[in-house]
Each structure stands twice: as structure tokens, then as C-alpha cells.
Design a protein around this ligand. Structure first.
Ligand code: UN1
Length: 512
């Protein structure tokens, strides 16, 4: 007799979680977790109570008080070990990301690679948290700046990068001497549990090596908005890094400001690309296809608006439509699939609402219909949509978290730059051109107003070495590489008098 497995993905997830060292109960709780691949229920987790969240934050504060005195390169050792755990378990965690968030296999693995990369970056950084020595106007004085640990770093992350976003924040925060409290999306708590289990393994190895690691250095809060609010409002949390919608940021930002806490906001994007007459159209086609259809259009960096020059519009757009109609949509765990499911029914509804609005605004739609509904009633697969718009109006100004690409014509370069910037969001942007003047103008002060501006690359798929984030309604925060670490530390300016007199700055006299 064979035993029928009711939920094959649930069984696999259970095995993956156990293999990754997760001990938390997966049944009996109030938070139901589903896989967007089949719509089936994967687990029911216990949610963190507000009281327990408060305790975790207090413990994290106590952990910070100890951790801040551990030399930064030693803190880096813990992050190095985390990177090792991630390397060793890349396949399992990547698979879990694919099952819980619906990403294709290479993107699930790519997400874990992004975590490994930021760990490597942070390890190097742990020996480079440097300030400046500054010329002083007074004799026998020295002026410098020091960077000190800040405190508990709150991290609120979204479903679409369920674990990488934590790592961008946590790897930096930890080497900077902070503790971390994480509220992952309620849609993807299983990958968060797995990541926390890997962190605990790294911590054990760190302690076995003789490292001093306080209890509660990295905590996890499972639940919905109320738990996020505890983190946002808690006086022991001087910094919250929040990734999600602009609507979420509008609530979180002012609440943090109200208690003078810092915010790193990573909110909506409405990323565009300009295709110029000289563009290499083969390369452009691939760049546009990945950026617009990859991750089923559910990256904050996904390409949503495309401006194509009049002279190439009629040759390029039909090729793009051809690519859209032939792309393989389906189970993201199967080789060959390029577009997996939307995260849930609400995402599907949001997409249809945007398409209806586009139609009402004069848009001509290719694609966008649901596929495979008969095979998976509770999963939402769609054919990515191209919407040719007569102008940039209606839903084009909004971020819809789904694979909709609004395509518009342009004829004058100066006009298209203006249209490019004429949306409230400012995350990422691209130009496809072989004309030096166009490329450099796009990158110049007169060009893209976004936090990320690329040439001959789509707007998504950034490496961790650069600072990641955007302007305007995207929130202004920067995470990941470059000097983003400075947001996780506090700066002190120090002036030291090694002379025997007390000259005052600006020539002020005050002789008593
Ligand atoms: C996001 O969608 O929240 O640049 C982050 C990219 C990825 C990160 C996306 N490295 O597309």
C-alpha cells in the first residue's frame, strides 16, 4: 500500500526546514503559510505576541550593550561563519525560497548568493569602519570622527526577497556592533525561520571558537502588522529598515520620525527604461525581458515603463511581444520555467484592476490573462502583459506588483527624460543606447532622478557592492554596499587638545 501524500510541497518543506535546523512547530499556530506554486498550505505557525516582541527587543538591547564592545573584526568573524552556513546550505535555502515565494530555481539560489555576497562584503567592512581625521584651526589640537554602534536595528522585509533583504541589513548591522530584530513578511515566515536557524548555527560555531556572543543578538518576530508596529514604536529601537510598499512607508516613516528614530525606507519603484535609436536591440530585448518578466514582475526593481524611440518602435515592440508570448510560465521548480506564479489572489486582483484602468486610459493590452487556473485553482499564474499606452497616464504612475510593462513612444530625447522622471517613485532606471551623449546625459544631473541608473542593463538585478535604494516616494534609504553602513552607526566628532593652553575656536576670548 502506498501512503498518499496530500500536500507534496508541505512534506518537502517540512524536510527542508528540519534539515536546516528549524525546531519551531509547523502546525497548530494561527499564521497559515501557503506556497504560491500550488496554493496549498505549507504550515501553521505560532505568532509572536506583542508582549513577547517587547521582551525580544529588550533582550536585543541588552545584547547590543555587550556586542558593541566586541572588536569589530571579531564581530566580522560571526558574519563570516554565517556566510559559511549559507554557502553550505545554499541549495536547501534557495529551494525553500522558490517554494515559499514562487521564484524560479536560479532566482531562489541567486537570492541566497546575494546573502553570501553581503556577508563577504561585511566581513571586509568589519576592518574598515573608518572615520576621518580633519584639519583643525587650533594649534596642538587634533580633530577626528569616530563611528560607534547604534543599538537595536529593526528589519521589516517583504515577501519578494524574503531573506536577502534581512541579510543586507543584518550583516552590516552586526559588524557595526548592533543587534537585529526582524519582522519578515507574514507571507514568507518559513524562509525567515530557516535563516534564523542558520544564524544560530553560525553563532554556536562562533562561541565554540571562543567568541563572546550575547543571547538575543538576532531575534525573529513572526506575525502581521501589529508585530511590526511594536518594532516601529519601541523606544529601544533607534533604527528601522523597512522594505515594502509606499503605503507602508507613509505609516512607518512619520511614526519613526515622531520619536526621532532613524528610518531606512526601501519603498515602491516604478522603474523605466529608454530604448534609443542606436541601441543594440538583441541585448535590449534580453535586458527588457528579464527586468520586466523576471520574478513575475514582483521585484521593487522590476521594469514597469518602457520608452521606445519612434524610429525603432515598429521593429522592436513586435519582437518584444513575441518574447512575451513564448516565455514559459509555470511551476518555478521545473527547469525551463522563466515566469512563476504571483504571490496570491490579491496580487492577481491588483494586476487585473491595473489592466482595466490601462484599457480605460486608452491602452492596448497583449497578454495579462490567467493561465493554468484549471490545474491550480488557488495559484495565480499569468501571462506577462505588454500595454501600449498613448501617453503616460492612468495606472502608469502607480506601482502594480505584477508583470505589466507599459510601452510608450518618444521622439525627442529631452522630452523622454522629462517623462522618465515624471512619476512619484525613484528607485531604478536604464537607458539602452550606444550614443555616448545620450548615455552620459542620462547619468548626469539632467538625467535619471533615481537611486540607480544603468546603461545597457535593465533596472533590476543589482549587485550588493553598490548602495541600493531610491529617491522620492521610494523613501531615500540606502542598504547594502558602498558606505550604506554609516546609517547603522552613530558618528561622534572628537577634538583633542594636547597643548597647554586653551585657544577657543573662531578666535573667541573668554578669560576668567
Ligand atoms: C527588491 O525587490 O526588494 O536589484 C530588491 C535587484 C535585487 C534586489 C531587489 N538585487 O533586483
Amino acid at each position: 500500500m502506498t501512503i498518499a501524500i496530500k500536500n507534496p510541497l508541505a512534506a518537502e518543506v517540512d524536510a527542508l526546514l528540519s534539515g536546516l535546523g528549524v525546531t519551531a512547530a509547523r502546525t497548530g499556530g494561527t499564521l497559515a503559510v501557503h506556497s504560491p506554486i500550488t496554493g496549498e498550505e505549507l504550515a501553521r505557525l505560532a505568532e509572536t505576541s506583542a508582549a513577547d516582541a517587547g521582551k525580544a527587543i529588550e533582550t536585543a538591547h541588552a545584547a547590543f550593550l555587550a556586542w558593541r564592545s566586541v572588536p569589530a573584526p571579531k564581530r566580522g568573524e560571526l558574519v563570516r561563519l554565517l556566510g559559511e552556513e549559507l554557502r553550505a546550505h545554499k541549495a536547501a535555502l534557495g529551494r525553500l525560497v522558490s517554494i515559499e515565494a514562487g521564484k524560479i530555481v536560479s532566482e531562489g539560489l541567486g537570492e541566497v548568493q546575494e546573502m553570501i555576497d553581503i556577508c563577504d562584503f561585511a566581513v571586509g567592512l568589519s576592518r574598515q569602519l573608518y572615520g576621518l581625521t580633519i584639519a583643525t584651526e587650533r594649534g596642538d589640537h587634533r580633530m577626528m570622527e569616530s563611528w560607534h554602534p547604534l543599538g537595536v536595528t529593526g528589519v521589516i522585509s517583504a515577501f519578494n526577497f524574503p531573506v536577502a533583504v534581512w541579510s543586507w541589513n543584518a550583516a552590516l548591522a552586526l559588524v557595526c556592533g548592533n543587534s537585529v530584530v526582524w519582522k519578515p513578511s507574514e507571507k514568507t515566515p518559513l524562509t525567515a525561520l530557516a535563516t534564523s536557524a542558520l544564524f544560530e548555527r553560525a553563532l554556536k560555531r562562533f562561541v565554540a571558537e571562543g567568541g563572546a556572543a550575547p543571547e538575543g543578538l538576532a531575534a525573529l518576530l513572526i506575525g502581521g502588522r501589529e508585530i511590526g508596529e511594536v518594532l516601529v514604536d519601541h523606544p529601544r529601537v533607534p533604527l528601522v529598515s523597512a522594505t515594502g510598499s509606499t503605503a507602508m512607508g507613509r505609516i512607518v516613516g512619520p511614526r519613526l520620525a515622531g520619536r526621532f528614530a532613524r528610518a531606512i525606507l526601501e519603498l515602491g519603484g516604478n522603474n523605466a527604461a529608454i530604448v534609443c535609436p542606436s541601441a543594440d536591440l538583441d541585448l535590449t530585448l534580453r535586458g527588457v525581458a528579464f527586468a520586466a518578466m523576471g520574478t513575475a514582475g514582483q521585484r521593487c526593481t522590476s521594469l514597469r515603463r518602457l520608452f521606445v524611440h519612434d524610429s525603432i518602435y515598429d521593429s522592436f515592440v513586435p519582437r518584444l511581444k513575441q518574447a512575451y508570448s513564448s516565455v514559459t510560465i509555470g511551476n518555478p521548480l521545473e527547469t525551463g520555467t522563466l515566469v512563476g506564479p504571483l504571490i496570491d489572489a490579491a496580487a492577481y486582483k491588483g494586476m487585473q484592476t491595473a489592466l482595466d484602468a490601462a484599457k480605460a486610459a486608452g491602452g492596448s493590452i497583449t497578454g495579462g490573462a490567467r493561465v493554468d487556473a484549471d490545474r491550480a485553482a488557488n495559484a495565480y499564474y499569468v501571462r506577462p502583459a505588454i500595454v501600449e499606452m498613448p501617453e503616460q497616464s492612468g495606472p502608469v504612475a502607480h506601482e502594480t506588483f505584477a508583470p505589466i510593462l507599459y510601452v510608450m513612444r518618444y521622439s525627442a530625447f529631452e522630452d523622454v527624460l522629462e517623462l522618465h522622471n515624471a512619476v512619484p517613485q525613484g528607485l531604478s532606471s536604464s537607458i539602452f543606447t550606444n550614443d555616448l551623449r545620450e548615455a552620459e546625459t542620462f547619468l548626469s544631473v539632467r538625467g535619471s532622478d533615481c537611486g540607480i541608473a544603468n546603461v545597457n542593463i535593465g533596472p533590476s538585478g543589482a549587485e550588493i557592492g553598490g548602495a541600493f535604494g531610491g529617491e522620492k516616494e521610494t523613501g531615500g534609504g540606502r542598504e547594502s554596499g558602498s558606505d550604506a553602513w554609516k546609517a547603522y552607526m552613530r558618528r561622534a566628532t572628537n577634538t583633542i587638545n594636547y597643548g597647554k593652553t586653551l585657544p577657543l575656536a573662531q578666535g573667541v576670548k573668554f578669560d576668567v
